[in-house]
Design a binder for this molecule. Sequence first.
Ligand code: GLP
Length: 264
Amino acid sequence: MLVIIRPNKEVASIQAAKIVADQVRRKPNSALGLSTGTTPLATYAELVRMHRDEGLDFSGVTTFNLDEYYGISREHPRSFYSQIHKNFLDHVNIRPDRAHIPNGESKAIAKTCAEYEDAIRAAGGIDLQILGIGRTGHIGLNEPTSSLASRTRLKTLSDETINDNSKISGDIPQVAITMGIGTNLEAKKILLLAFGEAKAKAVAKAIEGPISSSCSASALQMHRDVRFILDEEAATELRHRSYYDRVVEQTKRYAPELLGGTND
Ligand code: GLP
């Protein structure tokens, strides 16, 4: 695990975008796992800028969104389909047939979920998965007590998530289709972003707590290439803060590519 703590979310988001861009340059046909929510917005904005100003080419890239509310149309402004299009997909050159988002209107849920897993496998697996974290410690919409081996399926949202997400976008459904924790753990690389003090407790549980279905993100401790990119506020509950900073210093010297090649 690499825990990268940056002064604020702007700096952290630019670093995250560099890591994603580096992945796309090294492997132009990468499969990226995309997250919605407010956390990755500045990272997407920076990737859009790199595409526009620096010619970052997404033409070979395949994407898989983590989750989608169930029971609203994809055109609905609150759907994750609408959000990822508005904030990222509509502004880069990812081929529409390679941008996958769970179908929140499916009448055959189990089949839709199994086909989503098949599509990820057919793409060769996810090379780099971008994740946020909920206050409940969820990744995707894997609420507390989700099986750590779970696959894409329908999940019932927790009260906290319904409250948090409704505050941002208005009333939302009580259920969603989400990749499972087992699905996420198979991604070759994982980047988890967390900003703001509201996430500090969940972040500490994920990084330093026991591995437990009470905090889905704690399962990431079992992943061999996970990077947490935090701002100062999200890092306030970490006990080993000074050690993480020293690790990052040494990583800058010996493996700067893990930081997106940044030396700042
Ligand atoms: C949402 C998303 C998650 C996201 C999390 C945090 O429900 N489905 O993928 O990481 O909750 O959201 P935010 O980034 O807005 O805090």
